[in-house]
Design a protein around this ligand. Structure first.
Ligand code: 5AD
Ligand code: SF4
Length: 460
Protein backbone atom coordinates (compact mmCIF):
# COMPACT_ATOMS: atom_id res chain seq x y z
CA UNK A 1 0.00 0.00 0.00
CA UNK A 2 1.25 3.50 -0.74
CA UNK A 3 2.38 5.48 2.29
CA UNK A 4 -0.21 8.22 1.83
CA UNK A 5 -2.97 5.56 1.75
CA UNK A 6 -1.65 4.07 5.00
CA UNK A 7 -1.72 7.49 6.61
CA UNK A 8 -5.24 8.21 5.36
CA UNK A 9 -6.29 5.00 7.12
CA UNK A 10 -4.70 6.21 10.34
CA UNK A 11 -6.57 9.50 10.01
CA UNK A 12 -9.75 7.47 9.82
CA UNK A 13 -8.70 5.45 12.88
CA UNK A 14 -8.06 8.60 14.92
CA UNK A 15 -11.47 9.92 13.89
CA UNK A 16 -13.05 6.66 15.05
CA UNK A 17 -11.10 6.76 18.31
CA UNK A 18 -12.47 10.27 18.95
CA UNK A 19 -15.98 8.89 18.29
CA UNK A 20 -17.12 11.80 16.20
CA UNK A 21 -16.47 14.35 18.98
CA UNK A 22 -15.69 17.77 17.51
CA UNK A 23 -12.35 18.22 19.24
CA UNK A 24 -10.42 21.43 18.65
CA UNK A 25 -6.83 21.83 17.52
CA UNK A 26 -4.54 24.83 17.65
CA UNK A 27 -1.56 25.00 15.28
CA UNK A 28 1.36 27.20 16.32
CA UNK A 29 4.19 27.72 13.87
CA UNK A 30 7.60 29.31 14.30
CA UNK A 31 10.09 30.15 11.57
CA UNK A 32 10.16 30.18 7.81
CA UNK A 33 7.78 29.52 4.91
CA UNK A 34 8.84 25.85 4.88
CA UNK A 35 7.47 25.49 8.36
CA UNK A 36 4.33 27.40 7.42
CA UNK A 37 3.82 24.95 4.60
CA UNK A 38 4.46 21.93 6.85
CA UNK A 39 1.93 23.28 9.34
CA UNK A 40 -0.66 23.55 6.59
CA UNK A 41 -0.13 19.83 5.99
CA UNK A 42 -0.44 19.06 9.71
CA UNK A 43 -3.65 21.08 9.89
CA UNK A 44 -4.98 19.27 6.80
CA UNK A 45 -4.29 15.92 8.45
CA UNK A 46 -5.92 17.04 11.71
CA UNK A 47 -9.04 18.17 9.87
CA UNK A 48 -9.14 14.85 8.03
CA UNK A 49 -9.11 13.28 11.53
CA UNK A 50 -12.18 15.33 12.47
CA UNK A 51 -10.51 18.07 14.50
CA UNK A 52 -11.72 21.64 14.07
CA UNK A 53 -9.46 24.65 14.17
CA UNK A 54 -9.19 27.18 16.95
CA UNK A 55 -6.75 30.07 17.15
CA UNK A 56 -6.70 29.86 20.97
CA UNK A 57 -4.32 27.49 22.69
CA UNK A 58 -6.39 27.84 25.88
CA UNK A 59 -9.50 26.25 24.37
CA UNK A 60 -7.76 23.54 22.33
CA UNK A 61 -7.90 19.76 22.87
CA UNK A 62 -4.70 19.37 20.88
CA UNK A 63 -1.89 21.87 20.35
CA UNK A 64 0.82 21.29 17.79
CA UNK A 65 3.94 23.45 17.89
CA UNK A 66 6.04 23.38 14.72
CA UNK A 67 9.43 24.61 15.88
CA UNK A 68 12.37 26.51 14.38
CA UNK A 69 15.98 26.47 15.51
CA UNK A 70 17.72 28.70 13.01
CA UNK A 71 18.57 31.24 15.73
CA UNK A 72 18.63 30.93 19.48
CA UNK A 73 15.68 33.21 20.26
CA UNK A 74 13.38 30.84 18.33
CA UNK A 75 14.31 28.15 20.89
CA UNK A 76 13.63 30.48 23.80
CA UNK A 77 10.20 31.37 22.49
CA UNK A 78 9.20 27.72 22.34
CA UNK A 79 10.22 27.01 25.93
CA UNK A 80 8.18 30.02 27.04
CA UNK A 81 5.10 28.72 25.22
CA UNK A 82 5.54 25.20 26.63
CA UNK A 83 5.65 26.63 30.15
CA UNK A 84 2.30 28.31 29.59
CA UNK A 85 0.84 25.17 27.98
CA UNK A 86 1.48 23.29 31.22
CA UNK A 87 -1.28 25.37 32.80
CA UNK A 88 -3.70 24.58 29.96
CA UNK A 89 -3.09 20.92 30.62
CA UNK A 90 -3.92 21.40 34.31
CA UNK A 91 -7.24 22.94 33.29
CA UNK A 92 -7.88 20.25 30.65
CA UNK A 93 -6.08 16.97 31.48
CA UNK A 94 -7.17 15.47 28.12
CA UNK A 95 -5.25 18.13 26.23
CA UNK A 96 -2.62 16.64 23.89
CA UNK A 97 0.58 18.61 23.35
CA UNK A 98 2.57 17.76 20.20
CA UNK A 99 5.95 19.06 19.09
CA UNK A 100 7.62 18.78 15.70
CA UNK A 101 9.93 20.65 13.35
CA UNK A 102 13.58 21.59 13.21
CA UNK A 103 14.30 21.92 16.95
CA UNK A 104 13.23 18.33 17.50
CA UNK A 105 16.05 17.11 15.25
CA UNK A 106 18.51 18.20 17.94
CA UNK A 107 19.25 15.55 20.53
CA UNK A 108 19.89 17.97 23.38
CA UNK A 109 16.48 19.58 22.83
CA UNK A 110 14.61 16.28 22.99
CA UNK A 111 16.52 15.37 26.18
CA UNK A 112 15.58 18.68 27.76
CA UNK A 113 11.92 18.23 26.85
CA UNK A 114 11.86 14.69 28.20
CA UNK A 115 13.14 15.81 31.57
CA UNK A 116 11.75 19.32 31.98
CA UNK A 117 8.47 19.21 30.01
CA UNK A 118 6.86 15.84 30.82
CA UNK A 119 3.46 17.23 29.81
CA UNK A 120 4.43 16.90 26.12
CA UNK A 121 2.66 13.87 24.56
CA UNK A 122 4.15 13.54 21.09
CA UNK A 123 7.49 14.51 19.58
CA UNK A 124 8.49 13.96 15.97
CA UNK A 125 10.91 15.64 13.56
CA UNK A 126 11.15 17.09 10.09
CA UNK A 127 11.62 13.80 8.21
CA UNK A 128 8.52 11.93 9.35
CA UNK A 129 5.89 14.65 9.37
CA UNK A 130 3.81 12.51 7.03
CA UNK A 131 3.47 9.95 9.85
CA UNK A 132 1.66 12.38 12.13
CA UNK A 133 -1.68 10.53 12.04
CA UNK A 134 -0.05 7.19 12.83
CA UNK A 135 1.94 8.65 15.72
CA UNK A 136 -1.08 10.45 17.13
CA UNK A 137 -3.09 7.25 16.93
CA UNK A 138 -0.39 5.48 18.97
CA UNK A 139 -0.55 8.20 21.63
CA UNK A 140 -4.33 7.87 21.84
CA UNK A 141 -4.30 4.06 21.96
CA UNK A 142 -1.45 3.64 24.44
CA UNK A 143 -2.03 6.74 26.53
CA UNK A 144 1.71 7.05 26.57
CA UNK A 145 4.22 9.58 25.33
CA UNK A 146 5.54 8.88 21.81
CA UNK A 147 8.90 10.15 20.52
CA UNK A 148 9.88 9.36 16.94
CA UNK A 149 12.81 11.24 15.40
CA UNK A 150 14.43 10.09 12.17
CA UNK A 151 17.97 11.05 11.30
CA UNK A 152 17.25 11.23 7.60
CA UNK A 153 14.94 10.13 4.85
CA UNK A 154 14.92 9.72 1.08
CA UNK A 155 11.17 9.50 1.04
CA UNK A 156 8.87 12.27 -0.21
CA UNK A 157 5.26 11.39 0.55
CA UNK A 158 2.92 13.05 -1.93
CA UNK A 159 -0.78 13.79 -1.80
CA UNK A 160 -1.52 14.21 1.85
CA UNK A 161 -4.30 16.61 2.79
CA UNK A 162 -3.43 20.25 3.52
CA UNK A 163 -5.39 23.15 4.93
CA UNK A 164 -4.24 26.34 3.31
CA UNK A 165 -3.97 29.50 5.33
CA UNK A 166 -5.03 31.61 2.35
CA UNK A 167 -7.52 30.48 -0.30
CA UNK A 168 -5.82 32.51 -3.04
CA UNK A 169 -2.10 31.88 -2.47
CA UNK A 170 0.01 28.94 -1.51
CA UNK A 171 3.56 27.75 -1.03
CA UNK A 172 4.68 24.75 -3.09
CA UNK A 173 7.68 22.71 -1.95
CA UNK A 174 10.03 21.97 -4.80
CA UNK A 175 12.85 20.57 -2.71
CA UNK A 176 13.69 19.69 0.86
CA UNK A 177 16.91 19.95 2.82
CA UNK A 178 20.17 21.72 2.03
CA UNK A 179 23.66 20.54 1.05
CA UNK A 180 25.50 23.82 1.34
CA UNK A 181 26.73 23.69 4.91
CA UNK A 182 27.21 27.40 5.42
CA UNK A 183 29.25 27.26 8.60
CA UNK A 184 26.78 29.21 10.79
CA UNK A 185 23.70 27.32 9.69
CA UNK A 186 21.92 24.46 11.45
CA UNK A 187 19.53 23.78 8.55
CA UNK A 188 21.56 21.02 6.81
CA UNK A 189 21.68 19.15 10.14
CA UNK A 190 17.98 19.41 10.93
CA UNK A 191 16.46 19.28 7.44
CA UNK A 192 18.87 16.76 5.95
CA UNK A 193 20.30 16.34 2.46
CA UNK A 194 18.87 18.09 -0.54
CA UNK A 195 16.03 16.20 -2.25
CA UNK A 196 14.08 17.55 -5.20
CA UNK A 197 10.48 16.70 -5.82
CA UNK A 198 9.67 15.32 -9.26
CA UNK A 199 8.72 18.02 -11.71
CA UNK A 200 5.47 16.29 -12.67
CA UNK A 201 4.41 16.08 -9.00
CA UNK A 202 5.09 19.79 -8.58
CA UNK A 203 3.16 20.78 -11.69
CA UNK A 204 0.30 18.46 -10.74
CA UNK A 205 0.06 20.15 -7.34
CA UNK A 206 0.10 23.61 -8.93
CA UNK A 207 -2.66 22.61 -11.35
CA UNK A 208 -4.74 21.30 -8.50
CA UNK A 209 -4.16 24.50 -6.49
CA UNK A 210 -5.16 26.60 -9.50
CA UNK A 211 -8.37 24.66 -9.94
CA UNK A 212 -9.05 25.33 -6.28
CA UNK A 213 -8.81 29.10 -6.77
CA UNK A 214 -5.15 29.76 -6.02
CA UNK A 215 -3.73 32.57 -8.17
CA UNK A 216 -0.32 33.09 -6.59
CA UNK A 217 2.19 30.42 -5.71
CA UNK A 218 5.58 30.53 -4.06
CA UNK A 219 8.05 27.80 -4.98
CA UNK A 220 9.86 26.83 -1.80
CA UNK A 221 13.30 25.40 -1.15
CA UNK A 222 16.40 26.26 0.89
CA UNK A 223 18.33 26.76 -2.33
CA UNK A 224 15.89 26.70 -5.25
CA UNK A 225 18.62 27.39 -7.82
CA UNK A 226 20.06 23.92 -7.38
CA UNK A 227 16.68 22.29 -8.04
CA UNK A 228 16.76 19.02 -9.97
CA UNK A 229 20.03 17.52 -8.74
CA UNK A 230 19.65 13.75 -8.54
CA UNK A 231 16.42 13.55 -10.53
CA UNK A 232 16.22 11.26 -13.59
CA UNK A 233 14.30 13.82 -15.58
CA UNK A 234 16.40 16.79 -14.59
CA UNK A 235 15.27 20.31 -15.48
CA UNK A 236 16.83 23.57 -14.40
CA UNK A 237 15.06 25.73 -11.87
CA UNK A 238 14.61 28.37 -14.57
CA UNK A 239 12.66 25.89 -16.73
CA UNK A 240 10.58 24.73 -13.79
CA UNK A 241 9.73 28.33 -12.97
CA UNK A 242 8.62 28.98 -16.54
CA UNK A 243 6.51 25.84 -16.51
CA UNK A 244 4.92 26.73 -13.18
CA UNK A 245 4.07 30.18 -14.51
CA UNK A 246 2.38 28.62 -17.55
CA UNK A 247 -0.18 26.70 -15.48
CA UNK A 248 -3.62 28.02 -16.33
CA UNK A 249 -5.09 30.18 -13.60
CA UNK A 250 -1.74 31.02 -11.99
CA UNK A 251 -1.25 34.77 -12.21
CA UNK A 252 1.87 35.25 -10.11
CA UNK A 253 4.79 33.03 -9.19
CA UNK A 254 7.30 33.75 -6.45
CA UNK A 255 10.23 31.71 -5.20
CA UNK A 256 12.35 31.52 -2.08
CA UNK A 257 15.31 31.24 -1.41
CA UNK A 258 18.12 31.76 -3.91
CA UNK A 259 21.78 31.19 -3.28
CA UNK A 260 24.04 33.69 -5.07
CA UNK A 261 26.52 30.97 -6.05
CA UNK A 262 23.90 29.10 -8.09
CA UNK A 263 21.77 31.87 -9.57
CA UNK A 264 22.12 31.63 -13.33
CA UNK A 265 21.83 34.19 -16.13
CA UNK A 266 19.26 31.78 -17.61
CA UNK A 267 17.08 32.38 -14.56
CA UNK A 268 17.41 36.16 -14.81
CA UNK A 269 16.38 35.96 -18.48
CA UNK A 270 13.39 33.76 -17.69
CA UNK A 271 12.18 36.24 -15.09
CA UNK A 272 12.71 39.20 -17.43
CA UNK A 273 10.74 37.51 -20.21
CA UNK A 274 7.83 36.22 -18.18
CA UNK A 275 5.53 38.79 -16.57
CA UNK A 276 3.81 36.11 -14.47
CA UNK A 277 7.02 35.71 -12.46
CA UNK A 278 7.16 38.25 -9.66
CA UNK A 279 9.59 41.15 -9.89
CA UNK A 280 11.30 40.12 -6.70
CA UNK A 281 14.42 38.15 -5.85
CA UNK A 282 15.45 37.33 -2.31
CA UNK A 283 19.19 36.88 -2.53
CA UNK A 284 20.89 36.42 0.83
CA UNK A 285 24.21 38.29 1.00
CA UNK A 286 25.08 37.33 4.61
CA UNK A 287 28.26 39.45 4.47
CA UNK A 288 30.06 41.77 2.07
CA UNK A 289 33.52 40.81 3.28
CA UNK A 290 35.45 38.24 1.24
CA UNK A 291 37.23 37.02 4.35
CA UNK A 292 33.97 36.44 6.25
CA UNK A 293 32.24 34.93 3.20
CA UNK A 294 35.04 32.40 3.00
CA UNK A 295 34.72 31.55 6.68
CA UNK A 296 30.98 31.21 6.13
CA UNK A 297 31.61 28.77 3.24
CA UNK A 298 29.44 30.78 0.90
CA UNK A 299 31.44 30.17 -2.32
CA UNK A 300 31.21 33.71 -3.71
CA UNK A 301 33.05 36.97 -3.25
CA UNK A 302 31.83 40.51 -2.78
CA UNK A 303 32.57 41.16 -6.46
CA UNK A 304 30.67 38.07 -7.59
CA UNK A 305 27.65 39.29 -5.66
CA UNK A 306 27.91 42.83 -7.02
CA UNK A 307 28.18 41.54 -10.59
CA UNK A 308 25.14 39.32 -10.11
CA UNK A 309 23.06 42.11 -8.61
CA UNK A 310 24.15 44.41 -11.40
CA UNK A 311 23.10 41.93 -14.05
CA UNK A 312 19.69 41.53 -12.36
CA UNK A 313 19.15 45.29 -12.08
CA UNK A 314 20.28 45.93 -15.65
CA UNK A 315 18.12 43.24 -17.21
CA UNK A 316 15.07 43.86 -14.98
CA UNK A 317 15.17 47.49 -13.75
CA UNK A 318 11.84 47.25 -11.89
CA UNK A 319 12.85 44.28 -9.81
CA UNK A 320 13.14 44.41 -6.08
CA UNK A 321 16.16 42.71 -4.53
CA UNK A 322 15.95 41.77 -0.86
CA UNK A 323 18.52 40.06 1.29
CA UNK A 324 19.58 38.50 4.58
CA UNK A 325 22.62 39.79 6.47
CA UNK A 326 24.33 38.34 9.53
CA UNK A 327 26.35 40.63 11.77
CA UNK A 328 28.83 39.50 14.38
CA UNK A 329 30.10 36.33 12.73
CA UNK A 330 33.23 35.07 14.55
CA UNK A 331 36.29 37.32 13.97
CA UNK A 332 34.25 40.04 12.21
CA UNK A 333 35.95 43.43 12.37
CA UNK A 334 34.89 46.99 11.59
CA UNK A 335 36.46 46.73 8.14
CA UNK A 336 34.32 43.68 7.33
CA UNK A 337 31.22 45.63 8.34
CA UNK A 338 32.41 48.44 6.03
CA UNK A 339 32.43 45.95 3.15
CA UNK A 340 28.88 44.86 3.98
CA UNK A 341 27.76 48.48 4.07
CA UNK A 342 29.49 49.11 0.77
CA UNK A 343 27.48 46.29 -0.84
CA UNK A 344 24.25 47.64 0.68
CA UNK A 345 24.97 51.05 -0.81
CA UNK A 346 25.88 49.70 -4.22
CA UNK A 347 23.14 47.11 -4.63
CA UNK A 348 20.56 49.39 -2.95
CA UNK A 349 18.54 46.58 -1.40
CA UNK A 350 14.78 47.06 -1.46
CA UNK A 351 14.55 45.25 1.85
CA UNK A 352 16.78 43.27 4.19
CA UNK A 353 16.49 41.00 7.18
CA UNK A 354 19.40 41.65 9.49
CA UNK A 355 20.32 39.05 12.08
CA UNK A 356 22.77 39.01 14.94
CA UNK A 357 24.97 35.95 14.62
CA UNK A 358 23.62 33.18 16.79
CA UNK A 359 25.82 30.28 17.78
CA UNK A 360 24.22 26.95 16.84
CA UNK A 361 25.62 23.83 18.50
CA UNK A 362 26.93 21.36 15.92
CA UNK A 363 27.86 23.93 13.27
CA UNK A 364 31.46 24.70 12.29
CA UNK A 365 31.19 28.36 13.22
CA UNK A 366 30.18 27.44 16.77
CA UNK A 367 33.69 26.14 17.46
CA UNK A 368 35.61 28.85 15.59
CA UNK A 369 37.99 31.12 17.46
CA UNK A 370 37.06 34.76 17.68
CA UNK A 371 33.46 34.59 18.93
CA UNK A 372 32.47 38.21 19.57
CA UNK A 373 31.13 40.00 22.62
CA UNK A 374 27.41 40.74 22.60
CA UNK A 375 28.07 44.51 22.58
CA UNK A 376 30.22 44.28 19.45
CA UNK A 377 27.63 42.19 17.61
CA UNK A 378 24.96 44.69 18.63
CA UNK A 379 27.05 47.65 17.46
CA UNK A 380 27.59 46.09 14.02
CA UNK A 381 23.92 45.16 13.88
CA UNK A 382 22.75 48.71 14.62
CA UNK A 383 25.00 50.15 11.90
CA UNK A 384 23.88 47.67 9.27
CA UNK A 385 20.23 47.96 10.22
CA UNK A 386 20.25 51.75 9.96
CA UNK A 387 21.86 51.57 6.53
CA UNK A 388 19.46 48.98 5.10
CA UNK A 389 16.46 50.86 6.48
CA UNK A 390 17.54 54.19 5.02
CA UNK A 391 18.23 52.67 1.62
CA UNK A 392 15.13 50.53 1.38
CA UNK A 393 12.98 53.57 2.24
CA UNK A 394 14.63 55.51 -0.59
CA UNK A 395 14.20 52.54 -2.91
CA UNK A 396 10.48 52.27 -2.19
CA UNK A 397 10.07 55.91 -3.28
CA UNK A 398 10.94 54.95 -6.84
CA UNK A 399 7.50 53.39 -7.38
CA UNK A 400 5.56 56.35 -5.98
CA UNK A 401 2.98 57.61 -8.48
CA UNK A 402 3.11 54.40 -10.55
CA UNK A 403 0.04 52.29 -11.34
CA UNK A 404 0.67 48.71 -10.30
CA UNK A 405 -1.14 45.39 -10.33
CA UNK A 406 -2.04 44.52 -6.73
CA UNK A 407 -3.14 41.14 -5.43
CA UNK A 408 -5.71 41.89 -2.73
CA UNK A 409 -4.86 39.90 0.40
CA UNK A 410 -7.66 41.03 2.70
CA UNK A 411 -9.35 43.73 4.72
CA UNK A 412 -6.89 46.07 6.42
CA UNK A 413 -6.30 45.00 10.01
CA UNK A 414 -6.53 48.51 11.42
CA UNK A 415 -9.23 50.00 9.22
CA UNK A 416 -12.07 47.80 7.91
CA UNK A 417 -12.85 50.36 5.21
CA UNK A 418 -9.46 49.70 3.63
CA UNK A 419 -7.99 46.75 1.74
CA UNK A 420 -4.42 45.50 1.80
CA UNK A 421 -2.55 43.88 -1.04
CA UNK A 422 0.87 43.33 -2.54
CA UNK A 423 2.54 44.44 -5.73
CA UNK A 424 4.70 42.07 -7.73
CA UNK A 425 7.80 43.50 -5.97
CA UNK A 426 6.26 42.25 -2.69
CA UNK A 427 5.63 45.68 -1.12
CA UNK A 428 2.36 46.15 0.74
CA UNK A 429 -0.27 48.66 -0.44
CA UNK A 430 -3.32 49.93 1.46
CA UNK A 431 -6.26 51.41 -0.40
CA UNK A 432 -9.95 52.18 -0.03
CA UNK A 433 -12.29 49.20 -0.22
CA UNK A 434 -14.45 49.77 -3.26
CA UNK A 435 -16.11 46.36 -2.98
CA UNK A 436 -13.28 44.35 -4.51
CA UNK A 437 -12.75 40.83 -3.26
CA UNK A 438 -9.82 39.16 -1.57
CA UNK A 439 -7.78 37.11 -4.01
CA UNK A 440 -8.53 39.34 -6.98
CA UNK A 441 -6.18 41.75 -8.74
CA UNK A 442 -6.69 45.51 -8.95
CA UNK A 443 -4.83 48.30 -10.67
CA UNK A 444 -3.77 50.68 -7.94
CA UNK A 445 -1.92 53.99 -8.12
CA UNK A 446 0.75 54.16 -5.43
CA UNK A 447 -0.01 57.67 -4.17
CA UNK A 448 2.26 57.87 -1.21
CA UNK A 449 5.20 55.84 -0.01
CA UNK A 450 5.25 55.43 3.77
CA UNK A 451 8.63 53.83 4.20
CA UNK A 452 7.88 50.17 3.71
CA UNK A 453 4.33 50.37 2.42
CA UNK A 454 2.19 52.57 0.18
CA UNK A 455 -1.17 54.24 0.39
CA UNK A 456 -2.87 54.00 -2.98
CA UNK A 457 -6.07 54.47 -4.99
CA UNK A 458 -7.79 51.92 -7.18
CA UNK A 459 -7.88 53.10 -10.78
CA UNK A 460 -9.79 50.18 -12.33
N1 5AD B 1 22.82 33.21 13.15
C1 5AD B 1 22.22 34.28 12.61
N2 5AD B 1 21.50 34.23 11.48
C2 5AD B 1 21.38 33.05 10.88
N3 5AD B 1 20.73 32.68 9.75
C3 5AD B 1 20.89 31.36 9.57
N4 5AD B 1 21.64 30.84 10.57
C4 5AD B 1 21.96 31.88 11.38
C5 5AD B 1 22.71 31.99 12.57
N5 5AD B 1 23.31 30.94 13.12
C6 5AD B 1 20.03 33.62 8.90
C7 5AD B 1 20.66 33.71 7.51
C8 5AD B 1 19.67 33.01 6.64
C9 5AD B 1 18.36 33.33 7.34
C10 5AD B 1 17.24 32.44 7.00
O1 5AD B 1 18.70 33.19 8.72
O2 5AD B 1 20.79 35.06 7.17
O3 5AD B 1 19.67 33.49 5.31
FE1 SF4 C 1 21.61 27.40 5.71
FE2 SF4 C 1 23.33 28.09 3.76
FE3 SF4 C 1 21.56 26.07 3.38
FE4 SF4 C 1 20.68 28.60 3.50
S1 SF4 C 1 22.06 27.76 1.94
S2 SF4 C 1 19.79 26.80 4.55
S3 SF4 C 1 22.06 29.51 4.99
S4 SF4 C 1 23.23 26.10 4.86
Amino acid sequence: MKENQRQLEYMQKVAEHNKGRRLKYCSVVFGCQMNEKDSEKLSGMLEAMGYIRTESEAEADLIIYNTCTVRENADKRLYGRLGVAKQYKKDNPDLLICLCGCMMQEEHVVEKIKTSYPHVDLIFGTHNIFKFAELLFTVLETNDRVIDIWEKTDEIVEELPARRKYPFKSGVNIMFGCDNFCTYCIVPYVRGRERSRKREDIIKEIRSLASDGVVEIMLLGQNVNSYGKGLDDSVSFAKLLDEAAAVEGIKRVRFMTSHPKDLSEELIDVIRDNPVIARHIHLPLQSGSDRILKLMNRHYTKDDYLRLADSIRTKIPDISITTDIITGFPTEEEKDVEDTIDVIERVRFDGAFTFEYSKRTGTKAAVMDGQLEKETVQRYFDRVLKKVQDISKEQAKRFEGRIMEVLIEGINEKDPLMLTGRISQNNVVHFKNTGLSTGSFAKVRLDECRGFYYNGTVVS
